[in-house]
Design a protein around this ligand. Sequence first.
Ligand code: SIN
Length: 496
Amino acid sequence: MTTFPVSSELERSLIARVPHQLLLADGWVDSADGSTFDVIDPSNGQVLAAVADARPADGEAALAAAHAAQPAWAATAPRERAEILRLAFELVTARSDDFALLMTLEMGKPLAESRGEVAYGAEFLRWFSEEAPRISGRYSTAPDGRNRLLVLKRPVGPSLLITPWNFPLAMATRKIAPAIAAGCTMVLKPAALTPLTALLLAETLREAGLPDGVLSVIPTSSAGAVTGPLITDSRLRKLSFTGSTEVGRRLIADSAHQVLKVSMELGGNAPFLVFDDADLDSAVDGAIAAKMRNGGEACVAANRFLVQRGISEAFTKAFTQRMAAVTVARGTEPHSTMGPLVDEATRQKVAALVQGAIEDGATVALGGRSLDGAGYFYEPTVLTDVPHTARILGEEIFGPVAPIVVFDTEDEAIGLANATEYGLVAFAFTRDLNRGLRLAEQIDSGMFGLNAGVVSNPAAPFGGVKQSGLGREGSVEGIDEYLETRYVGIADPFAG
Ligand code: SIN
């Protein structure tokens, strides 16, 4: 493991080793017009690297490669695809230090969190290496006893994968691994803020044996211009997107042209409920994990703390103390427990939400300010006395800000938790198992953490209801997003 502190020489040599070009069927190439865009270190605003900036012609070339490679790739043995994934898992794990440092540099999270993401992201490769050989169908007799019904699973076909900046490795492997397992070819468009991790992952997958054309990677500063024509191109069959609900809605509408199979992991507004009977220490631990993982820049981050009146004072005091102990510093610093926000626009949005909450009547119990100096740092922030109607409760914060709202009854808490168009995840802390199960059944969310502040797990179906998305990633469900069902009707084999 890397010893601290990370030296800028180590950083420079890592950046120099990572591919900076597009990956197309011919290998690593410059963009069609030779243009590049800068990748910025959010901890100081300095340029880390210039990366090839895909143009529409590059997107077209990527899709052409995916389309050409699809038949041969679909015909490979599941075991062959499994072994590529398994080797990719080994290689990513062996390169944990490189992936972790790269993510810290381009996204900002502390190294310890980046290492956690490497383990999480690599696990999708291992999990789906185990799922590839288990793709199966069924053979049955029709109810009238005559015809036979054969049901097959087939790869859906060339897939466009659009990934976000907040988990640059794990969100890529969560899409790429099931697509490989299912036998789909892919075009990956990573976030422009964090393309380096995706480029290193692509190189690693090639080393693991992924054939040319199966995966293209097209970082671009012109997402709409490059991906728009692909989504309406009849060679594409699948779109998987992780990002905001606003963009997801537009992509779903665009996908209607070709009636694409879509998977959408969209925004969240997770309620975090603490009941009077909760274990205070574990509720505070869970709250810190749910709020501060990734500095709050996660769609599963706790967005609203709903705390029952009897425990509210003790919870607020203990939670605020823990938030005050968070050390804000560049993610490569040994003592850093929270890095910068990803860019200035994100920081300004967080600051505006806090200002709006104050105008709506909230009290700042901790933080509430951008930090002076270079980089996009924002203080861990706790807001109390937040009225039920405050605007911040309806918005995805994506930053280290915790609004606390007090409630009295279980019914009131459920009503507050469900008062949102989102439904990704909810968390609840209570010692009453029956209450926990009632909440799990009555709160509208795709995922529910019962006395747990983190639910993400490659073996679990990740995804939301309502405007938080469509489909599931990870688990046994994850591969279905890349498979379609084919039915073969067979005449009665015993009829003359
Ligand atoms: C996300 O925030 O987009 C995903 C987080 C996770 O997988 O835990």
